[in-house]
Design a binder for this molecule. Structure first.
Ligand SMILES: [Zn+2]
Length: 89
């Protein structure tokens, strides 16, 4: 049997790059106008640290430079007081 390679309709590439959950294009913290990120707010921080305990890169999370810096700081703090895991691999 032959596979039709050119049996696509008129070129409309509908490929959505969507893996591992949601990606917001906006900075969540800017929306909330938060001037600091609470390191005790584990729920929020966990949203930026997928399984392995690493911090999501900015281009994935959509967080702006300023807040990313704060975020990383908070995550490190949270790790130190054992609220978040260090990289588990
Ligand atoms: Zn921001």
């Amino acid at each position: 049997m032959k596979k039709r390679a050119d049996a696509k309709g008129k070129g409309k590439p509908k490929k959505k790059k969507s893996f591992t959950g949601r990606r917001s294009k906006f900075c969540k913290f800017c929306v909330e106008k938060s001037t600091f990120i609470d390191y005790k707010d584990v729920k929020t921080l966990q949203g930026f640290t997928p399984e392995r305990g690493k911090v999501l890169p900015r281009r994935t999370s959509g967080v702006c430079a300023n807040h990313q810096r704060m975020l990383v700081e908070s995550i490190k703090r949270a790790r130190n007081i054992a609220l978040l895991p260090f990289a588990t691999d």
